[in-house]
Design a protein around this ligand. Structure first.
Ligand code: FVH
Length: 298
C-alpha cells in the first residue's frame, strides 16, 4: 500500500522493514517499534515474528513483500550466505529502497552487496554491529556504517536510534574493515590477557583481583595506541616503551619466568624474535612500534 505523502519516509506502508529476526534482528526491530516507527518484519521461520507483531509490527509473508513495504530496509541475518539467499528472493522489489545490511561479513561482500543493490535501483549502506542484542538502542552498541552518503544523511536519525553510529565514507567496504580490525584487535588482546591470567594463577595470585587492576592499566594505554598509529603512518618510530635494546632484555626475563612456571610463551617468543631481528637490522634505538616494519603483508 502506498500513501500519497512524498517525504520519503512515509510514502510506503511502513517506515522501516527488518529482515531477519534472530537475537540481533529482533532487538533491532523491537527498538524501532518502541521508538514509534511503523515497522514491517520478516523472518524465514515466521513464528519469530509473532512477539514483534504483538508489540505492533506488521509481519510480511515474504521477504519481497517486506521490502516493498518500506523505503528503509534493514537486513540482519546469520551470514553472507543467508543475505545472498534472501536478497535473491527479493530481487526487483529492492528498487527505490535504501538497503542497510547489518550482517557480519567481509569488505568484499559489502561491495558486492552494493553492486547488487545499485543494479536494482536501490541505495546501499553497509553496517556492522559491535555489541550485544540487549544493548541495542543504547549508546553501548557501536554501529560503523559506510556506503551511500546521501542515504546515510537521509536515514541517519533512524539508524542512530540503534546505538552509537559512525559513518566511515562512501566505500561500502569501510565499515567491515573497521569491524574486522576492531574485533581482531579485541581477540589479540584478550588471548594475551587469558595467558597472563594463567601466569597470575600459577603464581597463586587472585585472577579476579588482578583483572580489576589490569582494567585500569589497559585504560592508560590509549595515548600509546595513538602514538603508535602516528608512528606507523609516518614511519618515524620513537623509543615507545623504551629502546628495543632495553626491551629485549626485559623480554628474556618475561619468557624465562613463564617457562619456569609452565606458562605458554608462544606469543612472547614471537615478540622477542621480532625485537632481535629489528635490533640486528640496526634499529635497536627505536621503540616497540618499529616492529611494524617486520610484520609480513602477504
Ligand atoms: N548476537 C550477537 O550478540 C552478535 C553481536 C555482533 C553482531 N552479530 C551479527 O549479527 C547478525 C545476526 O546475528 P543473530 O545473533 O541475530 O543470529 P541468530 O540469532 O542466529 O539469527 C540468524 C538469523 O538469520 C536467519 N537465517 C540464517 N540462515 C538463513 C537463510 N539461509 N535464509 C534466511 N534466513 C536465514 C535466521 O532465520 P531463522 O533461522 O530464524 O529462520 C535468523 O533470523 C550476524 O551476522 C552476527 O554475526 C550478532
Amino acid at each position: 500500500m502506498l500513501t500519497t505523502t512524498t517525504d520519503g519516509l512515509t510514502d510506503r506502508a511502513s517506515q522501516v522493514t527488518v529482515l531477519g529476526l534472530g537475537d540481533m534482528g529482533s532487538a533491532i526491530a523491537r527498538t524501532f517499534i518502541s521508538r514509534g516507527y511503523r515497522t514491517t518484519v520478516w523472518n524465514r521461520t515466521a513464528s519469530k515474528a509473532l512477539p514483534l507483531v504483538d508489540s505492533g509490527a506488521t509481519a510480511a509473508p515474504t521477504a519481497a513483500e517486506a521490502v516493498a513495504a518500506s523505503r528503509l530496509v534493514v537486513v540482519c541475518l546469520l551470514d553472507s550466505t543467508a543475505v545472498d539467499e534472501v536478497l535473491g528472493a527479493v530481487d526487483a522489489a529492492a528498487a527505490g529502497t535504501v538497503l542497510v545490511n547489518l550482517t557480519s561479513g567481509s569488505p568484499q561482500q559489502a561491495r558486492a552487496n552494493e553492486r547488487w543493490a545499485n543494479e536494482r535501483g536501490a541505495a546501499y549502506l553497509d553496517g556492522k554491529i559491535m555489541g550485544d542484542p540487549p544493548y541495542v538502542g543504547t549508546p553501548n552498541v557501536m554501529f560503523p556504517f559506510s556506503g551511500s552518503r546521501s542515504a546515510f544523511e537521509a536515514h541517519g536519525p533512524m539508524l542512530r536510534e540503534l546505538g552509537t553510529v559512525v559513518y566511515h565514507g562512501e566505500d561500502a567496504g569501510s565499515a567491515a574493515v573497521e569491524f574486522m580490525a576492531q574485533v581482531a584487535m579485541g581477540y589479540e588482546i584478550l588471548i594475551g590477557f587469558l595467558h597472563t591470567l594463567r601466569l597470575v594463577q600459577a603464581e597463586g595470585a587472585d585472577v579476579a583481583d588482578f583483572a580489576e587492576r589490569a582494567a585500569s592499566s589497559v585504560a592508560s594505554l590509549s595515548p600509546l595506541l595513538t602514538s603508535i598509529g602516528n608512528a606507523v603512518r609516518t614511519g618515524d618510530y620513537p623509543p615507545d616503551l623504551g629502546a628495543l635494546n632495553v626491551q629485549a632484555a626485559l623480554m628474556d626475563d618475561l619468557i624465562s619466568h613463564r617457562e619456569s612456571i609452565g606458562v605458554d610463551v608462544v606469543r612472547m617468543r614471537e615478540v622477542k624474535d621480532l625485537m632481535d631481528r629489528r635490533i640486528a637490522d640496526g634499529f635497536g634505538a627505536q621503540g616497540f612500534s618499529s616492529l611494524f616494519e617486520l610484520l609480513a603483508k602477504s
